[in-house]
Design a protein around this ligand. Sequence first.
Ligand SMILES: [Zn+2]
Length: 473
Amino acid sequence: MAILIENGAILTLAGTPPAILDPGYVLIREERIVAVAAGRPADETRTAADQIIDATHMAVLPGLVNAHTHLFQTFIRGLADDKTLLPWLKAAIWPVGAAMGAEEAYLAGLLGLVENIRSGATAVIDNQYLHSDDRTDAAFCRAARDVGCRFTIARGWADHDYHPVFQETPEQIIAAMTALHDDWHGAAEGRIRVAFGPLIPWGCSAATMQRTVALARQWGVATHIHTAETREEVQMSLDATGLRHVQWLDRLGVLGPDVQLVHAVWLDDSEIERIAETGTLVVHCPVSNMYLASGIAPVVKLLRAGVPVALATDGPGSNNSQDMLETLKFAACLQKVGTLDATALLPVDVLRMACVYGARAINLTPYPLSYEERGIDAPFPSQGGGQGVGGCLAPGAAADLALVDLNSPRMQPVWSVPSALVYNANGGDVDTVIVAGRVLMRDKRVTCLDEAALLDECRRAAKALLKRAGVVG
Ligand SMILES: [Zn+2]
């Protein structure tokens, strides 16, 4: 199956500064991109294509990676607005999460994944920590398989001091992770992966943390953990251990390129240095940090120290949407206001965060930054490890793309494609989404399922769940 996308403004994100080929074309064969070039495709290329997508007045960009969410929260968005983290957990997240069954989880997962696709996300990392029904992990994986996006399930765990319903013993955690790894790691032609998701430093014992990180390293999977989200939590850690969150993780030998610190809002300079030295990745959730009044993460300092910082929406309970295009704008604007520097993060910087560093978070290898120097038609080098190359539009990279419609009153005229994507566009402007060479959305219509029927089912199921959980009458 060969798909040709022509007449678009192609934002390759390969090279520094990234090339924009306008007009340009992208040729996809099976699950990979085989050609990216400026101008119009040759007649032979057009004739050989099974499907031609006309991207006139559209931006064509690598798929965005939503590097941290909690899909189950689609059913409770808007239910506990205007609270800080701990009261918010107690008001809605814990009671509804504790009552949710596997079939409700499947529907909530489908809803959240469709919303992600609609905003141009081709990959999602779900920090899934509901275990009251032991089929829940599989329910989210089924949803991802049925939708067709890339999906990492970072299975959340806590073994002390957390809400009792969400706590497990170390033996339960290892047994459940082993089963999940056996059943789902590498499923759906490799699009589904598993990761360990220790929830939060104050809910995870040192011994279990070290045990799970050792197992993750043995399996070659990531460890994904909420870290230093609020000042209050860092103080809790200082009171209990005398160490800040990153210091505590460092002491345990946890930091490393296979580790993802979500939020990382409250860091001191020595922690930033250690995150950089160890090659640890940070996931920034600007909307959630504002929504829960958590603070402004030191993203510019982290990037300048050489830390890869990916972007995410966080769960729909603290956002309340899953709009990755909207996240780009918030990420840029929050750093401007936090540093009082209008150049703190530019549109291209946040696009790189979402695509290039996002690719790293899902185990795709970002394209080497020297690509542009070697020319756009340079042969693609073999990378080794991981699932191949992603986060850019270049020959050999994974065929994960989003096409964003620029032909609307709030975008035209467009003088800079990255600027229009970051400051003007939102999820409603995404026209087409392709994951691993399969079209999941076309002409703003989701092709992988019946969206109207899904919305009906979700309304009904969420209402019944909230009633059962005692959250609404
Ligand atoms: Zn989270």
